[in-house]
Design a protein around this ligand. Structure first.
Ligand code: AMP
Ligand code: MG
Length: 416
């Protein structure tokens, strides 16, 4: 059995990245850029803010050299958006609003709460007058947020709402992104039917298709949905070939083990350079991967053959398929973001496989994270995923552990 880290490293080196392909990029407008992967370093063409501006409603004035009691004559008012010529001389002040450009000659903004105003004359209301203030206070200096020319979002970033705001803040309305990975999804199994009709004897509803499609969508993929194939060798062969011609990845579920109707395996062996792995993770053991062609053409899709069992399928998708697709899409693959936690009960485990137990974590009153494994760890129980928020991850050689022991957890809900 392959250790998980080794399996993942091999997979990532096999699948490559769209970044090195031809016609890999396109220009999109801002709202279409969310969820896409940036294909270039994005530099700011301007300073943000473009000029010194006020962080407060108050008075812009020259504090440097002011007399000790601090008194100024109010000569004008300045609202945000007003960029008219205005100079403040020593002893003068300008009423200024948040976001308005600081007029020439002023070095400080005193917030209005610190001011006494009598007609057009203002003075400081603090005990020590000028000594309680500092030159340049309440001024947001030019370029304080972003300096002109600085990289604001780097290549390989998956653009989210915060990036969009940042990009907009420097005036850019179009960005260059990598094209979406194209992923074909194929369910296999004579026993599968779609939800919406009554269940015939011997049948089960197809559930894999219903979590794979939205997870792929969330990853930013373009999806070709092949629905369910009956266990028929000729049909598999025809469909897999067609899918591999159209897609970057072909994801199948079921048929990769050694049962009598597991035709995926013989078809894949005939069609391409496919490896059949037993990955040392629980749940999830059987996994197939490789190029769906014998002629080394880089055009053909890469096959990811997930187990049929829904829990095994979702776990292998999260731990192997997801990072592979992420990397292909041009993103840097984040290492798994484990958190430390204390387990609330004794846990059974035999050494041999890395265990991804479905579990629920929460912050305890002691400020630590506490994790409780779901009561059924059977790989047939899909509700264990739906009702949990993390994997409790136990290393391969780890044996049973006692309540209170320190463990690693891996939150997964944001992937779903
Ligand atoms: P297989 O590897 O094809 O033998 O499938 C293993 C188990 O997973 C069997 O019990 C199948 O009925 C079940 N299974 C396979 N595909 C799906 C699916 N798309 N949805 C739900 N269960 C499935
Ligand atoms: Mg099957």
């Amino acid at each position: 059995m392959r250790p998980y880290d080794e399996a993942l490293a091999q997979l990532l080196s096999d699948v490559g990245s769209v970044a090195t392909a031809q016609n890999a990029t396109e220009n999109v407008s801002l709202f279409d850029a969310v969820g896409r992967v940036l294909a270039e370093d994005l530099c700011s063409p301007i300073n943000v803010p473009p000029k010194d501006n006020s962080a407060m409603d108050g008075y812009a004035l020259r504090l440097q050299g002011a007399n000790a009691q601090g008194q100024w004559q109010v000569v004008a008012t300045r609202l945000a958006g007003d960029a008219s010529e205005l100079t403040v001389n020593p002893g003068e002040a300008v009423r200024i609003m948040t976001g308005a450009e600081v007029p020439d000659g002023a070095d400080t903004v005193i917030m209005q709460e610190d001011i006494n105003r009598d007609g057009d004359v203002i003075s400081l209301n603090s005990a020590n007058g000028v000594d309680d203030h500092r030159v340049a206070e309440n001024i947001r200096p030019v370029g304080n947020d972003i300096k002109e020319g600085r990289v604001i979002v780097s290549q390989g970033t998956k653009i989210d709402a915060s990036h969009l705001g940042l990009i907009a803040s420097v005036g850019i309305d179009q960005v260059c992104v990598f094209r979406r990975p194209i992923v074909a999804v194929i369910s296999t199994g004579d026993e599968l039917i779609e939800p919406g009709s009554a269940l015939p004897a011997g049948a089960i509803y197809n559930s894999n298709r219903y979590f794979l499609l939205p997870m792929l969508q969330k990853l930013g993929c373009e999806i070709i949905d092949y629905g369910t194939l009956k266990d028929d060798q000729a049909l598999f062969e025809k469909t897999f070939k067609e899918a591999a011609d159209k897609a970057d990845f072909v994801i199948t579920t079921g048929g990769v083990s050694v049962g009598d109707a597991d035709y995926v395996k013989p078809v894949l062996e005939a069609l391409g350079n496919i490896d059949f792995w037993k990955v040392a993770i629980k749940p999830g053991k059987p996994f197939a991967c490789g190029r769906l062609t014998k002629d080394e053409s880089q055009q053909a899709g890469y096959l990811l053959g997930l187990p049929g069992n829904p829990v095994s399928a979702i776990v292998t998708f999260m731990l192997l398929a997801r990072p592979a697709i992420q990397q292909f899409s041009g993103q840097a693959v984040e290492p798994l973001a484990f958190l430390p936690a204390r387990v609330t009960q004794d846990v059974r485990k035999r050494p041999g496989r890395m265990d991804f137990q479905r579990a629920h974590y929460e912050m305890g009153e002691d400020g630590r994270i506490h994790v409780t494994p779901f009561n059924s760890q059977s790989s047939g129980v899909l509700s264990s995923i739906a009702e949990c928020n993390c994997f409790m991850v136990l290393d391969r050689e780890q044996g049973a552990i006692d309540a209170g022991a320190k463990v690693k957890i891996l939150p997964f809900r944001e992937w779903l």
